[in-house]
Ligand binder design. Structure first.
Ligand code: SAM
Length: 217
């Protein structure tokens, strides 16, 4: 995607801070391209848990992926900004709602994404959310997760520091609680289908990985 696409998306956010953050996040983070590559060709709707400002939805639309998208986040400010951006951009079949993912999930049958939010959950909450999310994935659909993985790397230490900084600057409402390991994902998700785990940090210093569960058809 081109720099002008990123600028057009950033322009949907009125505040200088949000629009600067959006442009730089889209330019530097490989997350959204990975999401696009995983969803290309799918007709199933996407439930985006912890959608933040709705960047996944905006990126997917700009990339020509037109499946219906519903985003949930417990930060009302971000949900309001995401709704405003969708309305300003006249983007169809995308909706956002305020919801705490620790309180269960709405009915859904399709693809699900959980991008950079698991660190705010306790181990038990992570396991509950992952099982619930996997159960909402339709046959042939995907559960697409990005998470920092707990291991002995220097990248992991930087990941933890970055999340504490986000809390200190009030960008995130919560401090990080727990980071899952690669084995946690294998153990929890294996009964649901095929799992692939690969590094997804691009030029960032973080220990981010992409975890994709493809539900058995
Ligand atoms: C690092 S941001 C990622 C935003 C978005 N997924 C993205 O990648 O562009 C983490 C998001 O998770 C949300 N979040 C954290 N805990 C949550 C919860 N219990 N329920 C819903 N959203 C939550 C935060 O409000 C924040 O918007």
């Amino acid at each position: 995607m081109s720099a002008s696409n990123y600028k057009a998306i950033a322009a949907l956010f009125p505040g200088r801070w949000d629009s600067h953050y959006v442009a730089s996040k889209l330019r530097t983070d490989p997350l959204y391209t990975a999401l696009e590559e995983n969803l290309r060709g799918s007709q199933l709707p996407l439930l985006d848990l912890g959608c933040g400002l709705g960047l996944s939805a905006l990126f997917l639309r700009a990339a020509g992926i037109n499946l219906p998208i519903h985003g949930l986040d417990y930060d009302s400010r971000k949900i309001e900004s995401a709704k405003r951006a969708i309305s300003q951009g006249k983007i169809k079949d995308v909706s956002f709602a305020h919801h705490d993912a620790r309180q269960g999930l709405p009915e859904h049958h399709g693809n699900v994404s959980i991008l950079d939010i698991l660190q705010f959950f306790t181990p038990a909450e992570q396991e509950t959310l992952l099982k619930l999310a996997a159960s909402r994935v339709a046959p042939g659909g995907k559960l697409i997760i990005r998470s920092g993985l707990r291991d002995h790397s220097f990248r992991f230490k930087i990941t933890v520091a970055g999340d504490w900084l986000a809390k200190a600057t009030s960008w995130m409402k919560a401090a990080p609680t727990h980071y899952p390991t690669s084995e946690d994902f294998q153990r929890i998700l294996q009964p649901f289908g095929v799992i692939e785990i690969s590094p997804l940090w691009g030029k960032t210093p973080f220990n981010n990985h992409l975890i994709v569960l493809t539900r058995k058809a």
